[in-house]
Design a protein around this ligand. Sequence first.
Ligand SMILES: [Zn+2]
Length: 66
Amino acid sequence: MAVNLDPDLLSILVCPKCRSEFRVDDEASELVCTNGACALAYPVRDDIPVLLIDEARDTRQEVAEG
Ligand SMILES: [Zn+2]
């Protein structure tokens, strides 16, 4: 489902963990931190970003190691 966020709102949102900007992942309905060392993905529910570290998914785990 596409994420329908106000661009002005998105522009002021930052990752609560590392203060980096987000990119929107429409397929996953998530806001993904652009900091590669953090890379947390926050869910967007009913077009409202849930910017809670406890709710975030660590996308770094998707990268195979070794
Ligand atoms: Zn971050």
